[in-house]
Design a protein around this ligand. Structure first.
Ligand SMILES: Cc1cc2nc3c(=O)[nH]c(=O)nc-3n(C[C@H](O)[C@H](O)[C@H](O)COP(=O)(O)OP(=O)(O)OC[C@H]3O[C@@H](n4cnc5c(N)ncnc54)[C@H](O)[C@@H]3O)c2cc1C
Length: 238
């Protein structure tokens, strides 16, 4: 059953530009705020639009172990109300939030290897999941398939490369469909997942996150591979 959301104000304490259109935001909460959530869940950001309350969901891009701190990864959408409001924020500004929401979380205990698939800021909840999995000492194989148009869009790339060096069971598989000097994979992420796991489908749990078309195509690809429905989990950014 869904947990009742809790409402808290936070302070934006750090803003990092990740690419031309994506920023990473660190939110700090008061020490008595109950910011518990499960890695992969999302929060609501509350503001006003046309003098009426307005809210938008954003996945939490950090692990729940961070004390009174939550990180977000937000893309500026052309003409978008809330994403452009975010891009106007400065360090020290206040933000109204509620949490936790959603069911996009890693199934425990881990019985299967874990395949995470994201495009763009769809990597946000996967980042929180990965951080938490390693804090818990997960020894299952973990793949992160990350699809983007350009190489400059590959968010948190250094983190993934470092994680790969640190953990033999972590496999970072970026793919860039329109790269200029890109030497790696170029297929659409759902096709790459299909090619990688063709004929080796047992013992895997799949978690996909991104815009609706990618999620739908990935789901279709996994069902065509005869992956059981209960092994396929999604968060769609609508
Ligand atoms: C569960 C959930 C979690 C989410 N987590 C994140 C997250 O971690 N990071 C993040 O950046 N976004 C995330 N989103 C999307 C986010 O909630 C907003 O939809 C997005 O920021 C656009 O809101 P806006 O108010 O700026 O745009 P709006 O004013 O609502 O829309 C303006 C126009 O942009 C289009 N549009 C909306 N979203 C996108 C998009 N992503 N790409 C291209 N066009 C779009 C709309 O169709 C509309 O035409 C999430 C969505 C859901 C449902």
């Amino acid at each position: 059953m869904a947990e009742k959301p809790r409402f808290y104000d936070a302070t934006v304490t750090k803003i990092i530009s990740l690419s031309e259109s994506v920023k990473h935001f660190v939110l700090d909460y008061a020490s008595d705020a109950d910011t518990r959530f499960i890695a992969g869940q999302f929060m609501m950001v509350h503001l006003e639009k046309d003098a009426k309350p307005h809210k938008k969901p954003y996945s939490i891009a950090s692990s729940p172990s961070l004390k009174n701190k939550i990180e977000l990864c937000i893309k500026r959408v052309d003409g978008g109300y809330v994403s452009n409001w975010f891009f106007g924020l400065k360090e020290g500004d206040a933000i109204h939030t509620s949490l936790p929401y959603g069911f996009f979380t890693v199934r425990e205990p881990w019985e299967e290897n874990i395949v995470l698939v994201g495009t763009g800021t769809g990597v946000a909840p996967l980042r929180g999941m990965i951080e938490k999995l390693y804090e818990q000492g997960c020894t299952k194989e973990i793949w992160l398939f990350f699809g983007n148009r350009y190489e400059t869009d590959v968010l948190y790339e250094n983190e993934w490369r470092e994680l790969e060096k640190k953990h033999k069971n972590f496999h970072f598989v970026p793919t860039v469909s329109r790269g200029k000097n890109w030497k790696g994979e170029t297929a659409y992420v759902q096709d790459l997942v299909k090619k990688t796991f063709a004929g080796k489908i047992s013992g895997l749990d799949f978690y996909g996150c991104g815009l609706v078309p990618m999620c739908q195509q990935l789901k279709q690809a996994l069902l065509e591979m005869n992956i059981p429905k209960e092994k396929i989990h999604f968060e769609q950014f609508t």
